[in-house]
Write a protein that binds this ligand. Structure first.
Ligand SMILES: N[C@@H](CCC(=O)N[C@@H](CS)C(=O)NCC(=O)O)C(=O)O
Length: 215
């Protein structure tokens, strides 16, 4: 059976939410192996490092032993196997729109926010395992991310969907990383009322329950 190598954190939770949206069930459609990333168990396990040399979670291990890594491509793989409901768009133009917003969010928000976290509150956990920037640079990275959160707030306007006027993977990604922020003491930047409404609306989805779990 397909195995999802998982842990605490926004990336494995993004994949788990995507699977729930697709109607895939743990135990029936895939098994889940949990790693304690706080203690670094993922990187101390040689067999896991062989599956994903980056040492990060998630990894999706297929029946033939192929290991897929990186949460967004894993979700695109799942989308191809389970096209309904379509979360990446139905046409070439729609897919380009969903990927555009996902790419923008990934580069402009996820990268500075996660680097900022590793350098500040996440420093004790991450400094022993990877190069992290200085505390001061970490704070600046959070500020950079917040500027882009404001841009996303403006782009959302009155809608709860960043692309196509309906729920897509791009929304799921934004929702996952807002929740990641909340778990590490970050707050939505002042005045981002559209994002607050967006988060409240998507918190009603069944998949949002993964954020209530103590892993
Ligand atoms: N770009 C990767 C990021 C993966 C990542 O950073 N995962 C985090 C959990 S959210 C992790 O494994 N952290 C623990 C570590 O790096 O040891 C993806 O999209 O999956």
């Amino acid at each position: 059976m397909t195995t999802l190598h998982s842990s605490l954190g926004p990336n494995p939770r993004l994949v788990r939410m995507f699977m729930i949206e697709k109607g895939l069930e743990e135990g029936r459609d895939f098994t889940r192996v949990h790693y304690d990333i706080i203690t670094g168990a993922n990187r101390q396990d040689a067999s896991y490092m062989a599956k994903n040399p980056q040492g990060t979670t998630p990894t999706l291990e297929l029946d033939d032993g192929t290991c897929l890594t990186e949460s967004w491509p894993i979700c695109e793989y799942i989308e191809e196997l389970h096209p309904s409901p379509g979360l990446f768009g139905e046409t070439a133009v729609e897919r380009a729109q969903v990927r555009k917003w996902t790419r923008l969010f990934d580069q402009e928000v996820v990268v500075p926010m996660t680097m900022g976290f590793r350098a500040t509150t996440g420093r004790p956990m991450f400094a022993p395992r990877m190069t992290v920037v200085s505390q001061g640079a970490g704070a600046e990275l959070f500020a950079l991310a917040d500027e882009k959160w404001r841009m996303f707030d403006a782009c959302l306007g009155n809608s709860n969907h960043i692309a196509l006027g309906r729920f897509t993977f791009a929304d799921l990604m934004i929702f996952a990383f807002a929740n990641f922020g909340f778990t590490v003491g970050w707050k939505l930047p002042e005045g981002t009322d559209n994002l607050a409404r967006f988060v409240a609306a998507h918190s009603q989805r069944a998949c949002a329950a993964v954020w209530k779990e103590a892993e």
